[in-house]
Design a protein. Structure first.
Ligand SMILES: NC(=O)C1=CN([C@@H]2O[C@H](COP(=O)(O)OP(=O)(O)OC[C@H]3O[C@@H](n4cnc5c(N)ncnc54)[C@H](O)[C@@H]3O)[C@@H](O)[C@H]2O)[C@H](O)CC1
Ligand SMILES: [K+]
Length: 500
């Protein structure tokens, strides 16, 4: 699924109206009536007192249409026109006319003194600014937003929380609405997926308003959102006459300094993700633990020898609990000298790379690096804000011709040109061990010869889905990495059921 900016969305709107012979007002009516159905699920129409703040552009037009629909349902409402401009669109004016015909009072807020007492409101609908905000909101709106954020009322933002820009960070002294629910039209918006802003948009729901699929498909954007339909087309069926040699040999290297568990979890996840054969090298003190927990894997005692004697590793995953000792440095040197076809570097492998930046140019083309935020900082340096972070990540990938998987909520994959944000997963994954599991899933897919970027998208998505499905039996608090491994099967089942 694509993530578009305001200009691209406006073009898609225009194309849709033209191709479906819709007026502005009809498209607005479609958008608002679908948002209305979602609002009804969240409010008590008999008891709630809903305040609706409408700007003077199309987002405000949605708000006015919602006011009419709520009034028709006999919901108690108060409508406020947040008048930041005197020029309004035709669709907006038509909605104002309807409200007037229905004798619904429209209160104006044009300065700080006109901001109403919000205490009576039990629900607030924020339709002040949508995707079109492109500069600082006027001071009185900043004050209004501050006041909205202080209320206990249930807050619903329409399309975008007012005050949030689609393509730039807000300044520290700027406000945006922190809503309980954001009903966003058709496609996700980039700031929802970035931690600085996304932290305040915990709950967003996509409202399908029937925008032209054809035009969306034609629109070029570097930003994408990984959904079930994107990845189910990537997953390959296992052929009837296949054998273990058809699905690749994966070698996993890590598990030193008491961190055996790390590479053993990677091994288990790799085994559960379809690799033909999984070989594991870890500190020899951990070999019996490996044998107990991953009977199907093959223990490699002498890793340098294994690298030298077998030029045909389909994929190597290195770094999980590797440590930073001289031994770890030597192992990394061996791996780099081997130049595997498919290489994934996680955890300490990334930390070692950050210490020895001259190694970066030795990475085989399309190596996959899976840093969490702290590891990314060590790799690319500090960033000013999330947009700057994306730029730095992109530059890094271009320079070294690698793929970065930036782990966190909405894990982001960057290949130097495009970004892919994950839609699956939950905060139960914010625990030690989750990354080891992810490394195992992706190494298995790389071993099976999936294209690198496809292996990353599929792996990240499956890992998140497994964590989501595991919530059937566990909670976000209690979920641990091995639970995610046990749900990988169900995650694969879900995607397999979509293969034709
Ligand atoms: N397909 C859809 O997504 C649909 C979206 N709809 C809704 O329309 C808005 C987008 O409408 P638009 O009029 O372009 O933008 P806004 O309502 O966000 O208003 C911005 C408006 O104000 C100007 N402006 C920008 N920044 C400022 C500022 N700081 N101060 C004053 N004025 C500012 C800017 O030039 C714009 O004119 C979308 O979010 C949906 O809610 C429709 O319902 C149809 C389908
Ligand atoms: K809004």
């Amino acid at each position: 699924m694509k993530i578009l900016n305001a200009k691209e969305l406006a073009e898609v709107d225009a194309f849709t109206m033209n191709s479906q012979s819709l007026s502005d007002w009809e498209l607005m009516e479609r958008a608002s009536s679908r948002a209305f159905l979602e609002i009804l699920k969240k409010i008590n129409p008999e008891k709630d007192f809903v305040y609706i703040f409408c700007g003077t552009s199309n987002n405000g037009g949605d708000g006015l249409a919602l006011a009419r629909m709520l009034n028709q349902k006999q919901v108690k409402i108060r409508v406020f026109e947040v008048a930041y401009s005197s020029s309004t669109s035709k669709a907006y004016q038509k909605n104002i006319k309807f409200l007037k015909e229905n004798r619904i009072q429209i209160n104006t807020v044009q300065n700080q003194n006109e901001i109403p007492d919000l205490n009576p409101a039990t629900c607030i609908i924020d339709a002040i600014f949508g995707v079109g905000l492109n500069r600082r909101m006027p001071g009185f709106i900043q004050e209004l937003v501050k006041k909205i954020n202080l209320t206990e009322a249930f807050k619903i933002s329409i399309d975008v929380p007012s005050g949030m820009y689609l393509e730039q960070s807000i300044e520290t002294d700027e406000e945006f609405v922190i809503s309980d629910l954001c009903l966003t039209f058709q496609l996700p918006k980039l700031p929802f997926l970035l931690p600085e802003t996304g932290h305040y948009v915990e709950n967003f729901k996509l409202i399908d308003i029937g925008l032209s699929e054809e035009k969306i498909k034609q629109t070029k954007t570097p930003y994408n959102y990984i959904t079930t339909s994107d990845v189910s087309s990537i997953l390959k069926k296992r052929a009837k006459f296949s054998h273990k040699g058809s699905f690749g040999n994966a070698l996993l290297i890590g598990g030193y300094e008491g961190m055996w568990g790390s590479v053993i979890m990677t091994t288990q996840a790799c085994l559960r993700s379809g690799a033909g054969k999984v070989y594991t090298h870890l500190d020899k003190t951990g070999r019996l633990v490996l044998a107990q927990h991953a009977l199907e894997s093959i223990y490699i005692q002498n890793c340098p020898k294994a690298l030298k004697s077998n030029p045909n590793w389909n994929a190597i995953g290195v770094g999980m609990g590797l440590g930073l000792s001289n031994n770890a440095v030597q192992l990394m040197e061996e791996v780099l000298a081997h130049q595997p076809k498919r290489l994934l570097l996680d955890a300490d492998a990334i930390n070692l790379l950050s210490k020895q930046k001259n190694w970066l140019k030795l990475l085989p083309k399309n190596s996959v690096l899976t840093p969490h935020i702290g590891e990314l900082k060590r790799l690319v340096g500090e960033w000013d804000n999330d947009f700057d972070k994306l730029n730095k990540a992109k530059q890094f990938c271009k320079t070294y011709q690698v793929v970065l998987i930036i782990k966190g909520a909405h894990t982001c994959i960057c290949d130097g040109t495009n970004f892919y944000f994950n839609s699956s997963g939950n905060p139960g994954l914010a625990k030690a061990g989750s990354g080891d599991v992810l490394a195992g899933v992706i190494t298995a897919l790389l071993a099976q010869n999936y294209k690198v970027l496809e292996a990353c998208q599929l792996g990240v998505y499956l890992h998140g889905v497994a964590a989501d499905l595991a919530l059937e039996s566990f909670s976000e608090h209690s979920l641990i990495a091995t639970d995610v491994i046990s749900y990988l099967g169900k995650a694969f089942q879900l995607l397999e059921s979509k293969i034709d």
